[in-house]
Design a protein around this ligand. Structure first.
Ligand code: ADP
Length: 632
């Protein structure tokens, strides 16, 4: 049979039905788009039955999933129908979501489609039907979606890693391949290298940093890259050009193999810490310690240091040879054993006080030499502070044996001389007093006698001071304690000093009752001394102000003059024995003993004393005594 097989409508229907491609035949009756026919492939793909579809609107048969935003694609479908009708050409919608209902439930199944709407034209070229042919691309779509997500996660991970590297507090560099192409250099590494990442990115590392070429680093990198074993470098000095200057940088570093996702070593990652400051600090400290040791060893004194808690931690060679012991036996608390037992307690309490107050430590004690002999030493130490925290005490012990002996001889001489002088002076005074009675005060001889008595009184005062000094140094000063009112003492002493003086007016500004226990005679001596000094050291002035006041549990008495004043540097020394300010020593008579004796008396009364003074304007001398505390 020749020729052409005539196809019937049945045949077409059967082809339509058997086609593996899903198909709906739709009427062009917008907005319904009634389903005219449907093939088996379509029914399978959409879980539908012919009865539920044919004769219904395509949108009625497949309502939009009300819970899903994506179901807005219904609009896209209408648009595609309209486009196919308008252009009379097939129109395809790609990868859109259009969920289908699960039959018999209110649930929807997520589906993605790529659909072609093909217009079927009649003889006159008008669109008669639409063939709606969706392909279920859900699996492909989801796969692509998953790949996209995995890729995004990878990118995010890389970004995070990059940001961690860039923010790491240690230097990190990544070098790729056999040429060690710079892939990453973070800011701390930029500092170590002395250049910016952007300047060297993509360059072989030994081209970017020529100063490290030929120093063995390439061999180290090769080894790590080829064997996969890391390399650790500690405190390595590496030359880098920083700010145009070749500098040695000390680093601790590690070279680790850098692997790709498949685990192959593709380069090296270097992690480095710049420890230059630390090392240079150490070197400096070592140098300054060596310098200190050299100085301490070359000094003629015993030199020592102690830690902040007062534990001796260093003694120089001279100290060791004096004690005949090595340093280990002296440091810590070992030194205490060499101090004379009578001096140890005083020394320890001063040391404890200095540690508490963080101020000068100064004490005299006897130290036992290697041959068992004791010699007098003056120990002095000052704290070395950083931000008011003591980090070290630096001390010296100076041999004052000879000085002490001389002082002792002087004390003995003073003691003998003042006693020897006292006896003839007492007789002289008695004779002069007898003569005074026998002469007329107004005649010539009478004046001589009274002048002689006047001079004798001054001599008596000097000798009394000398006697007091020798008593103090021998520890023999005695005190007669009784109760008295400071008000009376101030009144009487002021009156008595005023009587023998007509150049100055002594003015009492305030003088309340202040009853206390003490040696009235000795305390009179203190105030007399303050008043006499005030007059003596203010030759041009006319008045001296006396002021007494109760402050808490103390009475504070002050004597103010308008005289020569005292320089600040000298204030602390005035209460020392024989101390006289240079510029006054020649002009004013005196031995420099009055304040020393006063200080001793006040200290024994648990009192205190101080001076406020301005050179050329005057001074105020204060003393303070407790009202209730017993003395000595
Ligand atoms: P003296 O007056 O006998 O020298 P002091 O012990 O009383 O001995 O005083 C010690 C030193 O203190 C004096 O030499 C003097 O330099 C200084 N001084 C004491 N009082 C005053 C004062 N009111 N004004 C200035 N200097 C004073």
């Amino acid at each position: 049979m020749s020729g052409i097989i005539k196809l019937t409508a049945e045949d077409y229907h059967s082809v339509f039905n058997k086609s593996e491609t899903t198909k709906l035949l739709l009427a062009v009756d917008a907005p319904s788009y009634t389903i005219l026919d449907v093939n088996c492939a379509y029914l399978n793909a959409t879980n539908s039955t012919r009865e539920t579809l044919v004769g219904n609107s395509v949108f009625g048969a497949f309502p939009a999933n009300p819970t899903d935003e994506e179901s807005k694609n219904i609009e896209r479908t209408i648009y595609s129908f309209e486009e196919a009708i308008r252009t009379k050409k097939a129109h395809t919608m790609f990868n859109y979501r259009y969920d289908i209902p699960v039959r018999g439930t209110s649930e929807f199944e997520e589906r993605y489609w790529t659909t072609t709407n093909t217009p079927v034209l009649d003889e006159s070229g008008n669109v008669k039907f639409l063939i709606h042919s969706p392909t279920n691309v859900t699996e492909i779509f989801k796969l692509a979606e998953r790949e996209k997500q995995a890729m995004e996660a990878l990118i995010t991970q890389r970004k995070q890693l990059y940001s961690i590297f860039m923010q790491a507090p240690v230097g990190i560099g990544i070098f790729l391949g056999a040429d060690y192409i710079i892939d990453l250099v973070n800011p701390p590494m930029e500092k170590i290298y002395g250049c910016l990442f952007t300047e060297i990115k993509g360059m072989p590392v030994f081209d970017a940093l020529p100063s490290v070429r030929g120093l063995g680093f390439k061999e180290l990198l090769d080894n790590v890259r080829l064997t996969g074993n890391p390399y650790y470098g500690n405190c390595v000095s590496i030359p880098f050009v920083r700010n145009g200057i070749l500098e040695n940088v000390y680093v601790d570093f590690v070279y680790e193999p850098f692997r790709n996702d498949d685990g192959f070593v593709v380069g090296v990652i270097a992690v480095a810490t710049d420890i230059t400051e630390k090392i240079e600090g150490q070197l400096k400290q070592e140098a300054s310690e060596a310098q200190f040791k050299f100085m301490a060893e070359s000094m003629p004194q015993q030199v020592w240091t102690a830690d902040a808690n007062g534990g001796l931690d260093y003694v120089n060679e001279r100290t060791q040879s004096y004690f005949g012991k090595n340093a280990a036996a002296i440091i810590g608390a070992g030194w205490q054993e060499f101090i004379h037992p009578d001096d140890l307690q005083g020394c320890l309490s001063k040391w404890v006080k200095a540690l508490e107050t963080k101020e000068l430590y100064q004490v005299e004690f006897r130290l036992r030499r290697h041959d068992g002999q004791y010699r007098w030493y003056l120990a002095r130490a000052l704290p070395f502070k950083i931000d008011d925290t003591v980090v070290k005490w630096l001390g010296t012990n100076t041999d004052i044996e000879e000085h002490k002996k001389l002082e002792q001889q002087k004390d003995e001489f003073i003691s003998i001389a003042s006693h020897e002088l006292k006896t003839p002076l007492t007789s002289l005074k008695a004779y002069l007093q007898l003569m005074e009675r026998g002469v007329n005060n107004t005649d010539f001889n009478g004046k001589f006698v009274s002048n002689s008595l006047q001079q004798l009184k001054r001599l008596e005062k000097l000798i009394a001071d000398l006697l007091d000094v020798s008593k103090i140094s021998a520890g023999k000063m005695t005190y007669n304690i009784g109760r008295f009112d400071m008000k009376d003492l101030v009144d009487e002493v002021t009156q008595s000093v005023q009587l023998s003086n007509n150049t100055h007016q002594l003015k009492i500004r305030s003088n309340p009752t202040a009853v206390l226990d003490g040696d009235r005679y000795r305390l009179e001596q203190v105030l007399t001394n303050f008043l006499n000094n005030a007059i003596k050291y203010s030759p041009g002035a006319r008045e001296v102000i006396i002021h007494s006041a109760i402050q808490d549990d103390d009475v504070v008495v002050s004597v103010r003059d308008f005289g020569i004043g005292i320089e600040k540097d000298n204030l602390a020394k005035l209460f020392e024995r024989f101390y006289r300010v240079d510029n006054t020593a020649m002009k004013y008579e005196g031995l420099g003993l009055g304040l020393y004796v006063s200080a001793e008396i006040l200290t024994r009364h648990n009192g205190s004393f101080w001076i406020e003074s301005e050179l050329g304007k005057g001074s105020t001398f204060y003393f303070k005594l407790p009202l209730n505390a017993g003395i000595i």
